[in-house]
Design a protein. Structure first.
Length: 422
């Protein structure tokens, strides 16, 4: 249950932060955001504020910002559609109800014949079943449509559509989602820096010593430096930790620098199992830089370090061959959440930053349907001086969606095989 709750919370934070980036810059650019959704699938909850419907949907596997004029925002009232019209004080349509789930009191029943909700803003149809004449009603610029599932969204005249704003504003809106993920990663790692007492010092100083450990029994104290293990020089914690880990339940010679005086101590390691392998321990932890600057800078340095690792893995797809084992879907992420949840709040905070960084980077890959693919189309438009045609863009996006769906299915199946079958 703890893992499930942690999984939902982490996914929720990632989705809200990512989509809020798109939402914020779309609003600032004058683009109508018709819906801000957390989750996918059937609607669980909906409310409407300032022209945007905020919805919570049952499947916690993502979310979206529905911007007017984009390909995934198609909304047409087909001829023959039965609707109910609510008029404002001026006689213009303020609400078009297409849902059987919502009752509009005093609504005018109409069967749609023709509509234009982008330019001339009108609806035409047969009123009250009278097919002897077609009646036309003009539509308020800020009118709403109640969709079949009961969600009320605003209509999208051309002046508030995505394509109507300048190219730099569209590019910023597309980039804002990944940008927010990078910001969240930095903030999460800064918080980790504070929670763990600062980053590890870039030296071989001992921070703390466990009571009754081999190190404590050998007279080591905090502040000592481990300068060599079995004659091999060790310049930092990673170096001496690796040497000690390789010698479980064995006697090792450790060269100690105590206030400038070196001595060699023979210490017998203990052991514990990590990843099905025994590792040696002497009961020491690294020294940490507890300064405010170090804790804050950890957010940036850790983000950069993990970014280089992620790009190394991405590069290995081209140099070392494609492997599904290098990717993780919802099942794999759930399994990793379980592992990090066992480490407490510190582990989950680190995992949040790590996932946010991954989400930001992966979204910038220039695959159609991802933010990176949209930015690539923006760059092509900048070079050509005109946008790619809607038809071609739709085909490209459809191909991208198909590729991502197939990849997600393969990755999910591979995750199930790895974590639940074997």
């Amino acid at each position: 249950m703890t893992t499930i709750i942690a999984f939902i919370i982490i996914f929720g934070i990632l989705v809200i932060v990512h989509e809020f980036g798109h939402y914020f810059f779309a609003k600032k650019s004058g683009i109508l955001v018709r819906e801000f959704s957390v989750g996918m699938g059937p609607k669980a909850f909906s409310m409407r504020r300032n022209g945007t419907a905020y919805t919570l949907r049952w499947l916690p596997l993502g979310g979206y910002v529905r911007m007017a004029g984009l390909g995934d925002d198609e909304l047409e009232l087909e001829p023959g559609t039965a609707v109910s019209l609510l008029l404002d004080d001026t006689g213009k349509v303020r609400t078009i109800n297409t849902s059987d789930k919502v009752t509009t009191v005093n609504g005018i029943p109409m069967q749609i014949v023709k509509t234009d909700l982008e330019r001339d803003l009108y609806v035409e149809g047969y009123e009250n079943g009278d097919e002897s004449q077609v009646k036309r009603y003009f539509v308020n610029h800020d009118a709403t449509i109640i969709e079949e599932d009961g969600t009320e969204i605003q209509i999208a005249p051309l002046d508030v559509q995505f394509q109507s704003v300048s190219l730099p504003k569209r590019m910023m809106t597309n980039f804002a989602g990944p940008m927010n993920n990078f910001i969240l990663a930095i903030l999460a790692f800064i918080l980790v820096g504070f929670m763990q007492g600062g980053p590890i010092k870039d030296n071989n100083e001992i921070g703390q010593i466990e009571a009754n450990s081999p190190a404590a029994r050998s007279g080591l104290v905090a502040g000592d430096r481990i300068v060599a293990v079995n004659g091999h020089k060790t310049k930092d914690f990673n170096a001496y930790s690796a040497r000690i880990s390789a010698q479980p339940n064995k006697k090792i010679k450790v060269t100690i620098d105590h206030k400038g005086q070196e001595s060699v101590k023979t210490i017998k390691t203990t052991s514990q199992t990590s990843n099905k392998k025994k590792v040696g321990l002497i009961g020491v932890s690294p020294a940490r830089d507890q300064s405010l600057g170090a804790k804050v800078s950890y957010g940036f340095t850790e983000t950069w370090s993990l970014t280089t690792q992620i790009f190394t893995v991405l590069g290995s797809f081209f140099t070392g061959g494609f492997s599904l084992n290098k990717l993780a879907g919802p099942v794999g992420i759930y399994s990793m959440t379980n592992s990090f949840a066992s480490q407490g709040l510190l582990g989950l905070t680190f995992f949040l930053g790590y996932l946010s960084l991954n989400l930001g980077i992966m979204n910038l890959i220039p695959i159609p349907a991802l933010d990176g693919g949209k930015l690539l189309l923006n760059l092509i438009e900048a070079v050509r001086g005109k946008p790619v045609s809607e038809e071609h863009e739709g085909i490209i996006t459809l191909i991208g969606v198909g590729f991502l769906v197939i990849l997600m299915l393969l990755v999910t199946w591979n995750d199930i095989q790895q974590f639940f079958v074997r």
